[in-house]
Design a protein around this ligand. Sequence first.
Ligand code: LMR
Length: 392
Amino acid sequence: MLNNLKQQPADALLALIKLHNADPREDKIDLGVGVYRTDTGATPVFESVKAAEKLLLDTQDSKAYLGPEGDMGFVHALMPYVFGAANPTMDGRIDGMQAPGGTGAVRLAVALAKKAGVTRILMGTPSWPNHAQIAADVGVEIKGFNHATKAGVADMDALREAIAGAQATDAIMLHGCCHNPTGIDYTKAEWDEIAGLIKAKGILPILDLAYQGLGQGMEEDAYGIRRVLAEVPEALIAYSCDKNFGYYRDRVGALYVLAQNADSVNIVLSNGATLARAAWSMPPDHGGAVVRLILSDEGLTKSWLNELDVMRARMNEVRAKLGGAGVQGSVDFAPFGTQNGLFSIVPLTGDQVLAMREKHGVYMAGSGRINVAGLTMGNIDKFIAAVADVTA
Ligand code: LMR
């Protein structure tokens, strides 16, 4: 029976981790998978996380099961940051459940949407490749529309056209901030328009917020999703703490539901619990418990927010330097200076991406996506020179 299975290629993005590790060149540069790095190339555990982990070690008195919804203290502690401190539940219309990382949250959102009758998801492309993989696995069609224009801004005409042509059984997937892979986010005015368009069409928004705090700031990065939620009767929100708490491998995320009233929220979440039980039973506890501890202690919260500020400032510094490089070879680096978050796309062909790796030891996704946090003041000139070389 198992002989029927065909060999599958490794996930192209995750495969880069191993390829990079196996490269003996000392000046190699890893711009692959999206993890934050310091100016020395390290991805350290947050100090606030270390402190809360110690606290957890000392105070946790049981590891007995919690249930498919995970740690609801964690789920609720995040809500003021995501939905606004003034009314984080939107009068009882929002609640959530813990999920294993952003992927688990997106998976739950797509599966719930399908269970509710969604047959197709409108999505700006390119997008995070796992969005399409998850949709295919769950059995929901993706209808792509162009996310960004050649001028490096959101392609609002394509988005308007996609929403105008939507069917009643469509959902729309939007990146809340720090668009992955382009770094091209909607402006506030564009979000205002998008919220109105979605409301008028009556389609279900699925909002993926995986990088809050890594773009313009915690509040600023929530603008878009809050604007959409203020307009629509219902929505699904997939949230990841893997980046803004540096919890990557420990998988910390949450799925939130906005519905018309608290009773409807509970019904949707009961379906979420059923799906979770069949998939992973319950999410891993550790990271969620630590985030809960951080957010329930003023000192730890302050220290975490300071750490996020430092990360954002460093990425802005890298982006400013990239943007200042102007045109090198055939690539104009100027737009990199104003894009948001960890990612940007260098317009390279597949062969040029390969040459970046083989000739220069620069590892980046096949799409030309780079993780700008992999650049440091020590390697950025080499990177820019390599791009100039392969595109000359
Ligand atoms: C990325 O896009 O690099 C991250 O979201 C990590 C992942 O799981 O793909």
